[in-house]
Design a protein around this ligand. Sequence first.
Ligand code: EPZ
Length: 420
Amino acid sequence: MQKLIIEGEKRLYGEALVQGAKNSALPLLAACLLCEGETLLHNCPKLSDVYAACRILGCLGCECRAQGNDITVRADAPCGCCVPDDLMREMRSSIVFLGAVLGRTGECSLSFPGGCELGPRPIDMHLAALRRMGAEITERHGVLRCTCPTGLKGTGIILPFPSVGATENIILAAALAEGTTVIKNAAREPEIADLCCFLRACGARIIGEGSDTVVIEGVGSLQGCEYTVMPDRIVAATLMSAAAITGGEVSLIGARSSDLDAVIPVFEEMGCRIYTCPDRLFITRKLPLSSVRTVRTMPYPGFPTDAQALVTAVLAKAKGTSIIVENIFENRFRHVDELVRMGARIKAEGKVAVIDGVPKLYGAKVRASDLRGGAALAVAALAAEGVTEIGNVGFIDRGYEALERQLSSLGASASRECKI
Ligand code: EPZ
């Protein structure tokens, strides 16, 4: 089992390149299924989830080649429609292939991605929307069998909640459907806009992304293109957290500050100074870390749930009491127990965590229990006295390209121990 070893109390200084966004690369890879010819995606992060998506494409009959941060996909061969259970289980977001496979082949068979570390991850909204588009879906023993005897048809869909994955699945299913699909209460995350920009570059007719109403007019075919994945706003928030908790000065190259409008004010309230230009963000913290008023996670453009654990880690060391309300997922405070082992004073109950900042955190043996919770432990370790060992690094590797290397390049003492 691998673990990260971090010796804390070193201020971070320097420049870091922000990797491509995992949560954009995954739906973009699924969208390649809809395209004839070759697609070349630049700035794909080198992550286990991305390679899992490539394996799913391969098993569906696509040619997939990863070279550094470039991934080439050819989806000319007859596209399969069954995604085996082991691949579906490798990552929860594989459900985003449902809309693309249905859109391309008119049928699909895949297992339920099931819950994950964040709690039950239902897909009722995905299925209800696809049924409204004409898909016949049976769910038996954890396997979804979907057919569209008369092909997918455009229609009006009102989402009960602005689900990111459901919005992506509908857009992917609607791109080649007959007629026009109007999604109301659509998710507004920047990753949705990235998907729509990519599909438009392939010939799709889509408007409204970034608003709560997205209109997709189905077209006959899509052609692969060359496209660059947007920067990862949550990785940017992670590196901001690292700079904030260590009192360092870090320049994030490639960070798209417009994606961080709800995040930046929280860091400024904590005592950071932040300077931005369109593709770079500079953060410094000279003042003592201070607590913030309540942080509530909300659908975009609200404060992102994926940054909640990271900010919790920083606030653990901030003077005063802060409150975090997690409105998106049921079980997204699993990092709290581990932070408490490091000396944090946090009480989490239901959706609310109350954080009483402490002057010192201490290195300890802790374990990641999900992707962003694991990154939060690394952030806390950077400011802890002594050495912290973080187990279950695989969770962190799902979202961060060699996090220890990136932190070390900024002056942290971080390394990976691989025990055979
Ligand atoms: C995406 O997950 C992201 N994952 C998550 O990032 C992110 O936290 C989440 O959006 C919210 O921003 C990817 O993009 C791969 P949702 P997704 O559908 O699509 C409920 C990370 O750390 N819901 O917007 O699964 C659901 O249970 C990951 O990078 C239903 O009830 O999120 C949750 O409570 C973690 N029924 C809420 O909606 C449905 O059919 C938000 O889910 C669908 C969702």
